[in-house]
Design a protein around this ligand. Structure first.
Ligand code: CDT
Length: 308
């Protein structure tokens, strides 16, 4: 069975004025540190190339387009792909995708260890709202700038491991992990940008925000007997705080690496994918224990209905 050293490249804040070149330099620096640590698969955050722009209400298409990538790789990201290929490190990172047809997605790509893109995922669970909301302490306009992903939850065999991706809010939904689990996933990579403040519940506090992140990632790992890597973009972006708390979780649900800062920081864990087999063949042996004949509501219904 395969062993792979997995890294999480937590990124500190990216200010609105920061250029793509500056961000790529930081990503390459993290890649170099990862190579020193023997990392073979490195995971970067959601929307890794820009600030978390859905916090701003924008109407000017040119202003919005400036945050999106039309091609991947492109001139700005080429040095990252080239260095990853030289170092033989597979990478995944998130970015805002503008397709040739003018569609906009919150996207993550996956490369193999030769720097070729082998996978693409488009975020399915888009949180927030689409119009300016004066009731909130800050805006979260993902529903304004993106459409829901149209690629489902695919997996890829990469470096001999069954890998899947999800993005930020997807990590709070058990459906995400189970769709991947049903394809035998062994490593789920999830980048995130999570505001440190709940815009609708200011008293919630940072500790609870971090707890909910851990809870979701650990439950997803345990219940599907898979490694999960959650990687933050963290810190103060133009006065708006984002949580850190990047972690690597083993298939038992145990945290085996954790970031300590809210800055650019590498977390590393040697992962033995043989460890996925126990859960997948015992308590979470889906073929023996699942009862899909009772799960119809999961796909037939969106909101909860009270029928009693
Ligand atoms: N980026 C992202 O998906 N963030 C959400 C914040 C939700 S609050 C509207 C998250 O789930 O962390």
């Amino acid at each position: 069975m395969t062993k792979l050293v997995i890294g999480g490249a937590q990124m500190g804040p990216i200010q609105r004025a920061d250029s793509r070149a500056l961000v790529i330099d930081r990503m390459v620096a993290l890649l170099e540190r990862a190579a020193q640590a023997g990392v073979e698969m490195l995971v970067y955050p959601e929307l890794a190339l820009t600030t978390f722009f859905p916090r701003w209400y924008m109407t000017d298409p040119a202003e919005i387009d400036a945050f999106f990538e039309r091609d991947m790789p492109n001139a700005a990201t080429a040095p990252l792909f080239a260095r990853a290929r030289e170092l033989r490190i597979a990478i995944s990172f998130g970015y805002a995708e503008l397709t040739p047809e003018g569609r906009r997605f919150n996207t993550a790509i996956l490369t193999d260890r030769d720097g070729r893109i082998v996978g693409k995922y488009r975020k399915i669970h888009l949180p927030g709202h689409s119009e300016y909301d004066p009731e909130r302490s800050h805006q979260h306009l993902e529903k304004r700038y993106f459409e829901p992903g149209d690629l489902g939850f695919p997996v890829w065999r990469n470096a001999d491991v069954v890998m899947g991706m999800a993005i930020c809010n997807d990590r709070r939904w058990p459906e995400t992990y189970r769709c991947l689990g049903l394809q035998g996933v062994e490593l789920i990579m999830i980048g995130y940008n999570t505001p440190s403040v709940n815009s609708q519940k200011g008293a919630e506090g940072l500790e609870k925000r971090l707890f909910h992140s851990d809870l979701s990632l650990q439950a997803g790992a345990y219940q599907n007997a898979t490694y999960v890597v959650g990687v933050a973009k963290a810190g103060l972006e133009d006065g708006h705080p984002l949580i850190g708390g990047s972690i690597i979780v083993d298939p038992d649900g145990t945290v085996i690496a954790r970031a300590k800062t809210e800055g650019d920081e590498l977390i590393v864990a040697p992962c033995d994918f043989a460890a996925c087999a126990f859960g997948k063949t015992t308590i979470f042996d889906f073929a023996r224990h699942r009862r899909p004949e009772h799960y119809g509501r999961i796909t037939a219904q969106v909101g909860a209905t009270v029928e009693v």
